[in-house]
Design a protein around this ligand. Sequence first.
Ligand SMILES: Cc1ncc(COP(=O)(O)O)c(C=O)c1O
Length: 459
Amino acid sequence: MTESATSNLEARDVASVLHPATNLAAHREQGPLLIDRGEGVYVWDRQGRQYLEGLAGLWCTALGYGEKRLAQAAYDQMTSLSYSHLFGGKSHEPAVRLAEKLKEMAPFDATKVFFGNSGSDANDTQIKLIWYTNNALGRPEKKKIISRQRGYHGVTLGAASLTGLPAQHRDFDLPIERVLHTDCPHYYRGAEDGESEEDFASRLAANLDALVEREGPETVAAFIAEPVMGAGGVIVPPRTYFEKIQSVLKKHDVLLIDDEVICGFGRTGNVFGAETFGMNPDTMSVAKALSSAYLPISAVLIPEFMEEALVDSSRKIGIFGHGYTYTAHPVCTAVALRNLEILEEENLYEHAATVGRHLQQRLCKVGEHDLVGEVRGVGMIGAAELVEDRASKKPFDPARGVGAQCARFCEQRGLILRPLGDTVAICPPLIITEAQVDELFDKLEGALDDTLDWLSTTA
Ligand SMILES: Cc1ncc(COP(=O)(O)O)c(C=O)c1O
């Protein structure tokens, strides 16, 4: 493209691109931040400014940017078999090897792996497979899925319904029927005066129990949870939470869907978030770090009883009527496989656990800043919630856009983080070094000071 054709890309973006998860009215005025290239944990914009990518893109670029071994894996696969599908029983080696690898890694007895293109479609698949299974098992009324307020599970019709955030529902006429939401496990905001974390967890489990009883256990099929809620504000569950929730689920024969789309592959200090929080999932969704976002791919892992139910239905219906053109795309599966190999070969799970401890120490110190009400995190994920008054936990008026302003100050200092309301989220590539974690926090602390100054002039 000539220089004149690429110039003013900002205006051309505003004229032609519909942006996801963006204030579209503000975008018309402000235009895009155009990112040009990336290497390691850094990206550069078109003016050549360098940023530390403190959110790993969208919680996904585990191996960082510019990893040539993944480019090579894609090149090799594209030049040997660029496309093949799995419909009608066809298969190919990368699909088989990646499914085997995921089964071997899974924190539960998974017998089958279904591939998709995104975390959203993986969670839609979860809903469909659970409904289909319960029809096959002769309990067609057992269909409701319970999710949690502030959980994030994606934006397709089913996944957006599971998501417990107003912006994903309002004016989209969602959620769909048969999706229910229970409490968000956020101790800082949700606990009553004097309530311990354990008591808070007990109360939430009792509320879940009451919800299932009210709805009728024979109508409730599954409960979906991220080990750590990501886009809902990086909510780390209170102590004993999953243990207590799981005993309610067990009592009512309700399945646990583990949404590992952010937590999977090293984010929380173990390979899966389920291991960090003592979850015993029945099924699992993975995406994002599965390929370090070099190509889009997701997977749903299911246990034997679901597999058998699906097989029985095929005897009756003649076909398993679900799947995408790009289910187990050979290039995506080959790249994901190579990505998982590199994570193991380079001991990146151990690296993430070690550097994650340093990250949590630095995060703890951020908790002393005048603007910060709470810091929370585990392993390589964390967040700082900005408040107007630390003692009373009083939040800022959302209209002031304090979190977004803090993220802009971070950008000015060469750091990309993600504002979730007034919570600033941190989730760097797993390859980040301790020195780079220090760079991240030095910049964040500077941006928090900038935000305090800005608040004092705009009060
Ligand atoms: C926990 C979780 N589940 C599902 C999704 C949806 O994934 P995608 O955006 O790939 O559809 C996300 C995306 O951020 C997520 O964080």
